[in-house]
Structures are given as structure tokens and as C-alpha cells.
Design a protein. Structure first.
Length: 70
């Protein structure tokens, strides 16, 4: 039981780090899109949409874990 709790805590920490990394990537992409003007924005916007989807997925997973812990 203790090992499972330790594993869950580690997993939540890892997911939090993944979330922070993805959020940083989203910010970087938004900045690049702002600088790019109209050139190359399609590829960047596609990448941004994918990154935002990953952020939502991680946030949903973390929210589910938080509600399960209570």
C-alpha cells in the first residue's frame, strides 16, 4: 500500500513536470507565431494546437488524480 502511494506521488510529480514543460513550449510557439507574421504560421499553429491538446490531456489526468485522492 505504501509503495503504491509512493508510486502515485512520483507519477503526479512527473506529470506536473511534463505539464510545465508543455506550457513553456506553448508559450514559445505563441511567441514564434507572433514574430513570424504570416510566413510559416500554418506549421507553427498546427504544432501549437497539438501542444495545447497535450496540455489539456495532462491537466485532465492531474485533475482526475487529485479528485481520486480525496
Amino acid at each position: 500500500r505504501e509503495k503504491k502511494k509512493e508510486f502515485e506521488t512520483e507519477r503526479a510529480h512527473t506529470m506536473q513536470m511534463m505539464l510545465e514543460q508543455e506550457l513553456s513550449f506553448v508559450d514559445k510557439l505563441r511567441s514564434e507565431i507572433a514574430k513570424a507574421g504570416h510566413s510559416n504560421t500554418v506549421k507553427l499553429q498546427t504544432e501549437l494546437a497539438r501542444a495545447e491538446r497535450r496540455v489539456r490531456t495532462i491537466q485532465d489526468e492531474l485533475a482526475g488524480r487529485t479528485s481520486n485522492d480525496q
